[in-house]
Ligand binder design. Structure first.
Ligand SMILES: [Zn+2]
Length: 304
């Protein structure tokens, strides 16, 4: 049997919000089986929690933003990716304001916190969504495809007309690719865009401390890149975080080209639009083996 997981105890992370540039904090708290992942705005006491689900995504510009009524919570994707990496199904996430802190622009600080506090198996079995037929979406030169597979995998590619990026591809296979291959990959942006956005009052917290920043030719961060192909690895991390918004483990093989938050949401919406596209299955020993979802494998995947 493959059982749901939550965390052993609460943990708080504090930093700067990417968009407002003010202090933001996020507290992760254990939650009961079958509750799923819920976000709660602490600055609006009594407001209803927002389920971490792609149907609640209200903005995909520069980050994934969830919303309900007039309340929004942005920059959730790197935290969601860490939750995917640690196979966490149930969690209450309390946020001090409208954004999750950007921290270092990757999921590494979340992973370090989760590793420190530990996760715990719950009594309820975990289900999975098995893709039954090919589904695809295209938006101009970007596209996303998912096909049936016994395991969850992502083949991501990007093609950027920039001397420090160019064409890059990365293949992530659940249970085989150590999460540390992508967890530290940072978000990235171009100096000219960052300056223009700041003039518009956006990404006020953006800096070399929380993003890879490039001018027209080079990476400006004094310490350079964390991986030679950090850009496509970050894109893969973003996809893992956004696909966690399906609310269920997916058994399917994704191919993503020049994808982003908008396309990630679109491919999930397309899959869920027609029940003939998928089947909900209980993870048995065979699938368990394919996912390598045991406590031992989680530990092994995080061993550096
Ligand atoms: Zn990102």
């Amino acid at each position: 049997m493959n059982f749901q997981r939550t965390i052993k105890k609460a943990v708080t992370l504090t930093g700067i919000g990417l968009h407002l540039g003010t202090e933001a904090s996020v507290t992760l708290k254990p939650a009961a089986a079958n509750q799923g992942i819920l976000f709660q705005r602490l600055d609006h006491p009594g407001s209803l929690p927002i389920e971490a689900n792609f149907r609640n995504v209200v903005n995909t510009q520069m980050a994934t933003t969830l919303g309900k009524g007039s309340l929004t919570i942005s920059t959730i994707e790197h935290l969601m990716a860490a939750l995917h990496g640690f196979e966490i199904d149930n969690l209450l996430i309390e946020v001090s304001g409208p954004e999750v802190p950007i921290l270092d622009g990757s999921s590494l600080p979340f992973c370090e916190a989760l590793k420190k506090i530990g996760t715990v198996s719950q009594s309820a079995p975990r289900t999975a969504l098995a893709i039954k037929r090919r589904v695809e979406v295209k938006l101009a030169e970007k596209w996303a495809v998912v096909e049936p597979s016994k395991k969850f995998e992502i083949r991501a590619s990007i093609d950027w007309d920039h001397p420090s990026i160019g064409y890059q591809e990365f293949h992530y296979v659940e249970g085989q690719t150590p999460f540390s291959e992508i967890s530290a990959a940072r978000t990235f942006g171009f100096l000219r865009d960052v300056e223009a956005l700041k003039k518009m009052g956006l990404v006020l917290g953006g800096s070399l401390d929380n993003a890879v920043v490039l001018d027209s030719a080079l990476v400006l961060n004094p310490d350079g890149l964390r991986y030679p192909d950090e850009f496509v690895r970050h894109k893969t991390l973003d996809a893992l975080g956004d696909f966690k918004l399906s609310g269920i483990q997916i058994l399917g093989s994704f191919k993503l080209h020049r994808a982003g938050h908008d396309l990630h949401r679109s491919i999930l919406a397309e899959v869920f639009k027609d029940p003939a596209n998928y089947e909900i299955v209980t993870l048995d020993a065979e699938a368990d083996e394919a996912l390598m979802a045991s406590e031992i494998s989680v530990a092994a995947r995080f061993a550096v």
